[in-house]
Design a protein around this ligand. Structure first.
Ligand SMILES: [Zn+2]
Length: 411
């Protein structure tokens, strides 16, 4: 009987998990306004389609995941506007099945696999115990489903300027928490003198997973979930936490349609995760000079703003520093990044956390990485690329922090 029950529970667990057999990801490049408008309409009411890279402007590639039963209809739509598509991923489920190692390596937390929220939080607890006086647990608030947004503060001496690292705001971008935890580990264990100097020179507030409900949901139920898990009485759940910050909210590049993956929420800070995190950040705002966020995918290093193309006051500095950072990143193992403000480099957008930080606190060094790759795996970057991705990202981060240290004039 017990065996039967176990089987039943197992079967039920798997039965609730979304599968993506023969789902394809197509890349289309709109060449005129009509094509762009149709793609934007589809994104607002996706009805089963999932936009991995949304439509923004003419000549900018759009990546769309299509369920197999919708392929004929999708092809009809494209034909009606004379738009060609290229199959970028032939079977999404195959990438999900091969994303992680078949057998979990025996090394605990070795960045050879993606980890669950519980595993990440247990590792943060381990850091708190292992580095007393250096690592302090911090809580950025509580999520819609009642999970704490755990982080740690790393500090070797009082009075340092601070750096905030934000990961996992978009649930399906697993490489983000993986990279943030990897960097956190290096902050604590690296013997490299340059790293050790940066560790002594700044305090670090590190939040690997600021959308814990969404992250858990991608592990248990729907690997491709992006948003929070709030239920606002709509037929679609959640909002895009990175369109929900109270800075030029819903002005551009965000949706008012609850079923869109870029739904900005019912109001600025309607999502409890962004509200509590913003309150926490406000409480430490006079301490941090850098706010760094991690996303995937596209291989871009972005800085403010997204709502318009006006230059921030230190635009030239951010651009030159960003270029130096991605140049160092490329030297590490050849990965090519583009650099620029959000508006012109990826797409116009508003209500994102980095822009809110910059706009409200005038934090001088704010960057956002769109990590690997450029679409061959998209959000399903194989786990055997975690270490290389995180390592090259760290190289670029070091360039930024060394510059920040020099400019801030502290030692
Ligand atoms: Zn993202």
């Amino acid at each position: 009987m017990l065996r039967f029950l176990c089987l039943l529970i197992l079967t039920t667990a798997f039965a609730n998990r979304a599968t993506f057999d023969n789902y394809q990801v197509h890349r289309v490049v709109p060449e005129n306004q009509e094509q762009l408008n149709i793609l934007k309409d589809l994104e607002d009411d996706p009805n089963g389609l999932s936009f991995w890279v949304g439509p923004s402007r003419i000549q900018k590639a759009v990546d769309i995941m299509i369920p197999p039963h919708m392929l004929p209809r999708f092809n009809d739509i494209l034909a009606s506007i004379n738009l060609k598509s290229e199959v970028y991923i032939g079977n999404v489920q195959h990438l999900i099945d091969t994303e992680r190692p078949k057998v979990r390596p025996t090394v605990d937390f070795g960045w050879t696999d993606y980890y669950t929220l519980d595993e990440i939080y247990a590792w943060l607890d381990f850091l708190n115990e292992t580095y007393p006086g250096v690592v302090t647990p911090i809580v950025g608030g509580e999520s819609y489903e009642g999970r704490q947004i755990h982080g740690v503060k790393v500090s070797h001496r009082a009075g340092n300027p601070s750096v905030v690292l934000e990961g996992g705001i978009h649930a399906r971008e697993w490489i983000s928490p993986a990279t943030v935890t990897y960097i956190l580990n290096k902050l604590l264990t690296s013997q490299d003198p340059v790293m050790q100097d940066l560790v002594q020179s700044f305090d670090y507030y590190v939040f690997p997973v600021v959308n814990p409900d969404g992250y858990v949901y991608t592990h248990t139920t729907d690997r491709m979930w992006r948003k929070t898990r709030s239920q606002g009485g709509n037929r679609c759940f959640g909002a895009d936490a990175n369109r929900n910050f109270d800075f030029h909210w819903l002005e551009i590049g965000a949706s008012s349609s609850p079923c869109s993956d870029t739904y900005a929420g019912s109001a600025p800070f309607s999502e409890i995760e962004t509200r509590v995190l913003s309150e926490y950040l406000t409480s430490i705002a006079d301490q941090f000079d850098a706010y760094l966020t991690f996303h995937s995918y596209s291989q871009l290093l972005l800085f403010p703003y997204g709502h318009n193309n006006d230059n921030v006051s230190n635009y030239d500095e951010l651009l030159a520093l960003g270029q130096a950072a991605v140049s160092a990143l490329a030297n590490n193992n050849g990965t090519q990044y583009a650099v620029g403000n959000i508006y012109s480099t990826i797409y116009p957008t508003s209500g994102v956390s980095m822009d809110w930080v910059r706009g409200v606190f005038n934090t001088p060094y704010t960057y956002s990485w769109e990590l690997r790759d450029k679409g061959n795996h998209g959000f399903l970057l194989p786990a055997d690329q975690i270490i290389d991705t995180a390592e090259e990202t760290l190289v670029s981060l070091i360039v930024i922090l060394r510059h920040a240290k020099e400019k801030l004039g502290r030692n």
